[in-house]
Design a protein around this ligand. Sequence first.
Ligand code: FES
Length: 103
Amino acid sequence: MAREITHEATGPLRIDAEKIEERGGSVLVCRCGLSAAYPFCDGSHGATDDEVDGRLYEYAGDDDEGERREIVEVVEIELSDGTGDHERAGERDENGGGAGDTA
Ligand code: FES
């Protein structure tokens, strides 16, 4: 299991000792990417409990309550400026429907 999370920050976030003391002297740092209190864990990781090993997911809005979709293929492309990027060639929702499906 893995998930794609969008990060827009381009630098680190300093966590001062006072912030840690405010939280009782220790903190849980979010590693799932879904916390609304990022970088601190807020329990949103519970949404990942039933993710399946070997699959890649995304959550709408990087929100644990957003629609979860499975990314079935990631295609790497070379941009004209020489930088790399990727796009998702296919996604399916929890019911197996594709991103372009109409119901
Ligand atoms: S690890 Fe991300 S919310 Fe807990």
